[in-house]
Write a new protein. Sequence first.
Length: 353
Amino acid sequence: MKGVSVSRNAMAIVSSLLFVMLAAALVVIPVPYVAWRPGQTVDVLETTEEGGAVIEISGLPTFDTAGQLLMTTVSTTRVDSTLSLPEVVFVFTANDSDAMPREVIYPPGKSSSQVQDEAVAMMDKSRINATVAALRAAGVAVTELPRVESVVLSGPSVDRLQPGDLITAVDDIEMKTRENVIAQVATHAVGDVIVFTLLRDGQELTESVTSSASNTDARRPVVGISLDTGFQYAPQVDFGVDQGVTGPSAGLVFALGLYDRITEGHLIADGVVAGTGEIDPDGRVSRIGAVREKIKGAERDGATIFLVPEDNCSDVGNLATDVMLVRVGTLKDSIAALQLINEGKTAEVPTCG
């Protein structure tokens, strides 16, 4: 019997050691998830420490504002950091955070610099879209023009055309759309010199490009660029936000802040309003990620009203919050909702739920 007792004691010790090792492994071994947590907020209507405004405007009259309009962000696990299983479980069960598969935020095959560059590009596009949407809502003239989206590095336009160039004419013929540009280039033979009239950083210039043959059709001339739609407008607008803040979701708040600055009256009469949502040049607001975390961050910083893209309302149905969640589909919806709130007509404001 003594041998049996020793054997049981040994098994107990081994089992305990295995349990400790397993527990340690669960704490140490990373799992393929990243966390979203409430991040910083920025009042886009405030002035900076240097005395300037977060939204700098020239070329248009500006007006005083009231209240606060918060741009919201999330804090995301860094690309060079990992989470353990207990950390993921905690994040999943917390009311103000969430966990996502790592590949959703950091796609495999892309370096951290590529991911960052794409996020910065989305923020840049968000600023342009917000500016155009706000100017249009305020009745300021905006002209659409074909825009150079990218330049093929081995193509004939390298060092001549640049991403962001607006094309106003080709061969002295006025261009209004990307289709106009494509059609005019197609009138040439391979090897012809094609003359582009451009707007770059507000300055007009002319560049000549010698066309080359298409890789798919030796008789078709190409100039090695891709095109999308750009915009020309007289005012200069700059959003002075930390360069570490990236992505497209600040578009709605940028547009509202600019609109409030360039129109008479107060869009926010008092208090603290926050929001989120990607915006297009026509003012349409689309869904974004991490809306729950952004609401919690805004609530932490004093917001009592939060503008939620209508397609995100299903994400916040069971969120415990005292913040009024206003449902919006467009910039126009957002302006109308804030005006109703200013007038005390909160019962008429569309909400999530």
